[in-house]
Design a protein around this ligand. Sequence first.
Ligand code: SME
Length: 150
Amino acid sequence: MDKLKKYTNLEAQIKGILEGETDAVANMANVAALIHFEFGFWWTGFYLVKDGMLVLGPFQGPVACTRIPCGRGVCGTSWKKAESVVVPNVHDFPGHIACSSESLSEIVVPLKKDGEVIGVLDIDSREEATFDKTDRECLERIAEILVQHI
Ligand code: SME
């Protein structure tokens, strides 16, 4: 199945599971699990803005760092710029925070509510250049859907 088809199926599953549920942690946990196991990524999860930092939220994958300052790493950069960041090879990204030595490429998509970044969706892959324009567009749409349910 091609990537776009997978995202189309995923979006339908996400809409279904979020319907009627407003609990933020429950919804982020299920969205992380759905994305993670659809594609077999290495790490899929959320960081949430709390007291001026990004703090680890629901995720699937190995243990990760708990706090990331604004502008630091890929997550902090996405937060600061309020836009998605696609990193084909994390070794080429200055300031990348290596939570796992296995991660090789990464995408971070901001969660925006009323024009403000309230957190980020972070995905790590063990392969190089996993994420492209399709991932970015589809994950941004998933982030928009999720934000309506948190
Ligand atoms: N690599 C991220 C840190 C979070 S982990 O990948 C889960 C970064 O540079 O912001």
